[in-house]
Design a protein around this ligand. Structure first.
Ligand SMILES: [Zn+2]
Length: 99
């Protein structure tokens, strides 16, 4: 599931910045933040499926925990859509999220 993002959304140049180290950080982060942090703020308990960099690596962000946020797929897609990033996956409304 989470690999769709890896497969379709990262250019080869960006991909170089992600590797085994990032995977390890991400796994540890998700283990400590198993629920979507945005949904949680709204009182919803949704399993986190992605770890997002608040400040992207391209903008100088780091893999530091204070730069990370655990998100469900819908919230992750929405953040990227709001940022104007390319996001080819359909943003589903199945979770009943409203803007
Ligand atoms: Zn969410």
């Amino acid at each position: 599931m989470a690999n769709q993002y890896e497969k379709y959304e990262r250019s080869p140049a960006t991909k170089k910045r992600y590797g085994r180290t990032w995977k390890k950080i991400r796994d540890t982060y998700v283990a400590s933040h198993p629920l979507c942090e945005v949904c949680l703020k709204h009182g919803r308990y949704v399993v986190a499926e992605e770890v997002h960099h608040k400040k992207s690596l391209a903008e100088g962000g780091a893999h530091a925990w204070n730069n990370l946020i655990a998100l469900c797929k819908a919230c992750h897609a929405r953040i990227h859509a709001q940022r104007g990033d390319r996001w080819r996956q359909k943003i589903t409304r199945k979770n009943g999220l409203s803007e």
